[in-house]
Design a protein around this ligand. Structure first.
Ligand SMILES: *[C@@H]1O[C@H](CO)[C@@H](O)[C@H](O)[C@H]1NC(C)=O
Length: 394
């Protein structure tokens, strides 16, 4: 009977594992480290991630703008595309002119669908190591990998030479004006030569096999470091030994990217928005606009000239915080759109938000209103970034 009891208990625990969301959350290689460092863990896209540490999210935000913060972004999907038809493969999925990228140069791009909607945003880097290096969103990881695998099958069936490798590496973002001083101490290569959106392989603080890419999602100078998972705690600890550096979580990451005017997939862009509506036309390669050979080009390219009925804009307001789904009103009170993300800006001490409005109201400086708790509050359409970016151009 005891044996049966034990078996039943194990079966119960096994079932619980599938029904209890906490137990099923995925963990990055820094999970235990986050908890040791006082990280408050929350669910994000199926992962248990730190939303903040001991400092408040505002303190972390300001620390990133003034000094340097490390963010764990290991939950993002990292993929290598191999084979001599890799550029053609990638261009069959995204809007960028991948062919025109220099060796070790990357760009922000978009996976689009046949209806012109945005399936995900990603960074694609054309390395000089014979592969493309892709980083896309954790929340879209299953969708992106299935999408790439389906296209891979088509390419292989057509006899083309391409292969996918989904990486098991950790990924950390080191962001802020002191990043270059902090990182240079652990790097043989001259960081002065690594300009915004370029990438290199390097040994970092004695950890070999790191890919260092000068990019990030805070608007600050920064890098993302792809590092073998077994060495990521060690690398993070070595950088944290510098008093300029602190850990920062998802809370700071969200307000930093919003001040920088950067979209969060699932909030500000999704499959119902096109690159033109999202004012991301700059991501569409010039040649790709002519060849019209990316998914949804038949819908997206004509929108560039004809304009769209709605457009993503930035909004600044004072008073109560503006959040996702807050209605946007014209000055005479008609609903003309909706906020897709918003927060009080720690740097500007005003509310910043982005959302979609009827195109007639999209001009910088247009006086609008946002409806917060049934009250109309004045808001002004503003150019983004709200806070000037600080990317390193050399
Ligand atoms: C946007 O409009 C504001 C007035 O609301 C003005 O001060 C600012 O210079 C404008 N910015 C640009 C880039 O046109």
């Amino acid at each position: 009977i005891m044996k049966i009891g034990l078996v039943l208990a194990l079966v119960f625990l096994w079932i619980l594992h599938f029904y209890c969301p906490q137990a099923a959350l995925k963990k990055t290689p820094l999970f235990d480290f986050h908890r040791e460092q006082g990280g408050k863990m929350v669910e994000f896209a199926g992962w248990s991630m730190p939303v903040q540490y001991k400092d408040s999210h505002i303190v972390s935000h300001m620390h990133t703008r003034e000094h340097c913060s490390i963010f764990d972004v290991s939950h993002m999907l990292q993929t290598k595309v191999h084979g001599k038809d890799r550029v053609k493969f990638m261009e069959s999925l995204v809007v960028a002119d991948v062919g025109e990228l220099q060796d070790n140069q990357g760009t922000l791009s978009l996976f689009t669908n046949e209806k012109g909607g945005i399936m995900d945003d990603l960074i694609v880097t054309k390395t000089d190591q014979g592969y493309l290096y892709i980083v896309s969103n954790a929340g879209c990881a299953d969708k992106d990998s299935a999408h790439m695998k389906a296209r891979l099958a088509e390419f292989k069936a057509a006899g083309l030479d391409v292969d996918l490798e989904f990486l098991d590496e950790a990924l950390i973002a080191v962001q802020g004006p002191s990043m270059s001083r902090v990182l240079q101490a652990g790097l043989k290569e001259d960081l002065g030569k690594l300009t915004f959106m370029t990438s290199t392989l390097a040994t970092v603080f004695g950890v070999p096999g790191c890919r260092v890419t000068r990019c990030g999602y805070t608007g600050e100078d920064g890098v993302e470091i792809s590092v073998p998972r077994s060495r990521v705690v060690e690398l993070t600890e070595k950088m944290l030994a510098n008093s300029e550096v602190k850990l920062a979580g998802l809370g700071a990451r969200d307000s930093l990217r919003l001040e920088a005017g950067l979209c969060l997939y699932g909030n500000d862009i999704d499959e119902t928005t096109t690159p033109v509506e999202a004012t991301l036309v700059w991501t569409i390669g010039k040649r790709r606009r002519q060849t019209k050979d990316f998914p949804g080009a038949a819908i997206i390219v004509p929108q560039i000239k004809a304009k769209t009925a709605r457009k993503r804009v930035g909004l600044v307001s004072t008073g109560p915080p503006v959040r996702q789904h807050t209605p946007i009103l014209s000055s005479d009170g008609k609903v003309i759109g909706e906020v897709t993300s918003g927060c009080p800006s720690p740097c500007l001490k005003k509310n910043v938000a982005m959302g979609y409005v009827d195109a007639a109201f999209a001009k910088n400086g247009t006086a609008l209103q946002v409806e917060v708790r049934k009250k109309a509050v004045p808001a002004v359409v503003s150019k983004m970034p709200f806070v000037p970016t600080n990317y390193y151009s050399g």
